[in-house]
Ligand binder design. Structure first.
Ligand code: NAI
Length: 257
């Protein structure tokens, strides 16, 4: 696809095999980007990449554990080798938890923080090195959450990690502006994906948990993955060419209440 808001651009989407990442990867491809679906497990990424190609887009899958420095370095270098450069990275991969502080073991903390915060840091570090080496402008979109802005019970590690992502995004926006690299965070509210469905399943009555969750949203419904993907596209495209350091909230009005 040679036309669209991202025509000719090369974009990595971490956690691109499901949920918000998958919807964004598909939208990026529709808008002309060559897309790398980066994540684990590899077969899920390959399935999404194949279906993008079947629809006339350009995509490959690269198996990447975003919490592993070497893997993230390889993700970026293989992208540059394959597509000749890197213009956009959406650091989207993340994991949540549902544990009170006394049940939040070191293992839970480390998993959540390593994937959700360190994974974003590593994605930024390696992507920026590649962008600066080519001397081209670039765009980074990091996955925040309303959990960065308001407290959620049993999510201490997740809230800490997402707060870190939003703060790091502001710091990098200032640091990288002289290189023409824009850095923004998307801040989704509750969005209909496997991540929230898994959390309902942990409750004694998942159907009631889902209903209560919907009723807490001012619009009475969760965002769809496409609602979030369209906002990520906006931040990644030239439509947002003077936006950097922003945390763009897309939450059906949740934090306004
Ligand atoms: P999801 O569970 O469908 O997506 C998470 C993705 O991250 C999956 O593809 C998973 O395989 C990948 N992943 C997990 N560990 C990984 C690792 N070590 N290395 C590489 N990839 C890994 O859920 P969803 O909702 O699409 O989540 C995407 C992002 O959006 C996450 O960062 C999440 O925290 C954030 N978010 C989601 C909200 C929601 O209500 N669904 C609300 C606010 C933020």
């Amino acid at each position: 696809m040679s036309e669209g808001k991202l025509a000719g651009k090369v974009a990595i989407v971490t956690g691109g095999a499901s949920g918000i990442g998958e919807a964004t990867a598909r939208l990026f491809a529709c808008e002309g980007a060559k897309v790398v679906i980066a994540g684990i497990p590899q077969d899920a990424g390959e399935r999404v990449a194949r279906s993008i190609c079947d629809a006339g887009g350009v995509a490959i899958a690269i198996e990447t554990d975003v919490s592993n420095d070497k893997a993230v370095g390889a993700m970026v270098s293989r992208t540059v080798e394959h597509f000749g450069g890197l213009d956009i990275i959406f650091n989207n991969a993340g994991v949540a938890h549902d544990t009170e502080i006394t049940e939040t073991t070191d293992d839970v903390w480390n998993l959540v923080v390593d994937v959700t915060l360190k994974g974003v840091f590593l994605g930024c570090r390696h992507a920026v090195a590649a962008m600066r080496e080519r001397g081209t402008a670039g765009v980074i979109v990091n996955s925040g959450s309303t959990a960065a802005l308001v407290g959620f019970t049993k999510r201490s590690a997740y809230c800490a990690a997402k707060g870190g992502v939003v703060s790091m995004t502001r710091a990098l926006a200032i640091e990288l502006a002289p290189y023409g690299i824009r850095v923004n965070a998307i801040v989704p509210g509750a969005t209909e994906t496997a991540m929230v469905r898994d959390l309902y399943d942990l409750q004694s009555d998942p159907v009631a948990a889902k209903k209560a969750h919907q009723q807490r949203q001012p619009f009475g419904r969760l965002s769809s993955v496409d609602d979030i993907a369209r906002s990520v596209l906006f931040l990644a495209s030239d439509d947002a060419s003077t936006m950097t350091g922003t945390a763009l909230v897309v939450d059906s009005g949740y934090i306004a209440g």
